[in-house]
Design a protein around this ligand. Structure first.
Ligand SMILES: Cc1cc2nc3c(=O)[nH]c(=O)nc-3n(C[C@H](O)[C@H](O)[C@H](O)COP(=O)(O)OP(=O)(O)OC[C@H]3O[C@@H](n4cnc5c(N)ncnc54)[C@H](O)[C@@H]3O)c2cc1C
Length: 434
């Protein structure tokens, strides 16, 4: 339902300038000229909508999930790019240059005035560069924060260039009512950036957190715990995640998304199970107790609160245990009567975290490289394992919550759907949406 609402809201927002332009009208032109203008208009409104689809607005991403939001952001950016690239070429054959006596308002000729075309040309070149940088991000030797800054500045520049080009070169955009519409829409997009990079950090500054402990769980996994410093903490649901900034200014870009592995019922402290991966996560051992931290959240929809299914199946690969542990802990602390089974897969035995705490639970451990003495499951979390662990009744009646490597989630999800689990009973969180 929420997804449907968001799709309708998106379609209304991006087609509004197109509809208003048609309503403003003008002398009739050939189809390819109208198509050229239409694609340009759509490309600009889609670029502006990308700011709201950045994953930092709970009204959007909490309903459908961050991975769905980011995938939509990526697909729409590529579609807008295709529209923008086609836009100038479709004007071929249209009279251009100076004003003609038969066209005093220049509604039927396209301008060759370089001052108004130059902003369109600059955006035309910048847009593919921004998309290529995003697509090739992981292959490029950029720090994530540097890429994020460049992506934000690039997007802002493109929005301003397109506003100038649309209002001064556009047949429709130059009509006063449309100029105001474009100005308002660009204002919302720029305002969304200011919200994320200025307003949210300002609010965070007033609600600092302090690191209380950093504990090594396994050779490459840590548990970091923070407590609110002078405020009541965070109102969240077990399984959600936050953007965490440890030891930097609230305005710094050095923040990373992490699932909360503690339970709301346990109190205001937040714990995170974190795997060493890159520049921040490899320095976790150096964090001192008392270090200031900032928390932006909660985000995400990986929650079983209030659901009616009789059982909860938790399927975790490696550090994907984090949100599922939060859910399990919350269920235990609140005396939840639903049945729970956890499948927890790792490569080697040393990677298994929280073994003592989980000893009370119905856990199926899976190792792909087990030691000789291993009595648990061997291999990967796949269709055959799901069939061994869950009965027909459980597959069709329980809610399945999973988090782990993309390949594991794809295999399990496809298999569950094949076996008849409705998709609304399969919840997942991806730690990587490239
Ligand atoms: C919703 C969500 C929940 C997550 N929960 C956990 C968790 O509970 N435990 C855990 O260990 N990991 C979790 N991750 C992954 C974690 O965010 C990355 O491993 C971490 O950010 C790496 O940071 P780094 O500076 O060490 O590495 P870097 O080398 O800076 O980054 C490595 C990769 O991590 C991702 N990344 C880094 N910074 C960000 C950012 N600000 N926003 C989005 N992606 C980023 C990028 O794909 C990047 O290529 C989660 C990710 C997401 C999206």
């Amino acid at each position: 339902m929420k997804l449907l609402f968001l799709i309708v809201a998106y379609l209304v927002a991006v087609t509004l300038p197109l509809i208003l332009s048609a309503w403003v009208g003008g002398p009739p032109r050939q189809f390819h000229q109208e198509l050229a203008s239409g694609l340009g208009i759509l490309a600009f409104s889609m670029v502006l909508a990308e700011f709201i689809l950045s994953g930092r607005f709970k009204a959007v991403s909490n309903g459908v999930g961050l991975d769905v939001t980011m995938r939509f952001h990526q697909i729409m950016a590529r579609t807008a790019l295709v529209f923008a690239l086609l836009h100038p070429f479709l004007y071929q054959g249209t009279p251009s240059g100076g004003q003609r006596p038969w066209d005093p308002t220049r509604a039927l000729t396209i301008t060759t005035d370089f001052s108004v075309l130059s902003t369109g040309i600059a955006a035309f070149l910048l847009l593919p560069s921004l998309a290529l940088l995003a697509i090739g991000r992981t292959q490029l030797d950029f720090k994530y924060e540097t890429w994020r800054l460049l992506h934000g500045i690039g997007a802002l520049l493109i929005a301003v260039l397109l506003l100038h080009h649309t209002v001064y070169a556009g047949r429709y955009g130059s009509q006063p009512v449309m100029s105001w519409v474009w100005l308002a829409m660009t204002g919302v997009a720029v305002g969304s950036l200011l919200t994320v990079y200025l307003l949210v950090p300002l609010l965070q500054k007033a609600r600092p957190w302090r690191v209380t402990s950093t504990v090594r769980l396994t050779p490459k996994q840590w548990e970091v715990t923070v407590e609110p410093d002078g405020h009541r903490g965070l109102d969240y649901k077990a399984g959600q995640f936050v953007w965490l900034n440890v030891g930097h200014s609230a305005f710094s870009m050095k923040e990373n998304p992490f699932s909360i592995c503690s339970a709301p019922a346990a109190g205001p402290e937040l714990s995170f199970m974190i795997k060493e991966l890159g520049d921040f996560t490899r320095t976790l051992g150096q964090i001192k107790s008392g270090t200031v931290a900032y928390v932006d959240g909660p985000y995400g929809n990986l929650s079983v609160d209030g659901r009616a299914e009789p059982g909860v199946a938790l399927i975790a690969g490696g550090v994907g245990l984090a949100p599922l542990l939060g859910i399990l802990r919350q269920m235990r602390l609140t005396g939840d009567s639903r049945e729970v089974k956890l499948i927890y897969g790792n490569r080697v035995i040393d990677q298994i975290a929280y073994r003592e705490e989980l000893s009370e639970e119905d856990v199926v451990y899976v190792l792909s490289e087990p030691p000789e003495s291993w009595h648990g499951e061997v291999g990967f979390i796949d269709a055959a394992l799901i069939d061994r662990v869950f009965s027909e009744k459980e597959v069709s009646e329980w809610v399945f919550v999973m988090c782990g490597p993309a390949i594991m989630m794809d295999i399990v999800e496809d298999h569950l759907i094949k076996r008849g689990t409705p998709s609304h009973r399969i919840l997942s969180e991806r730690f990587n949406y490239d």
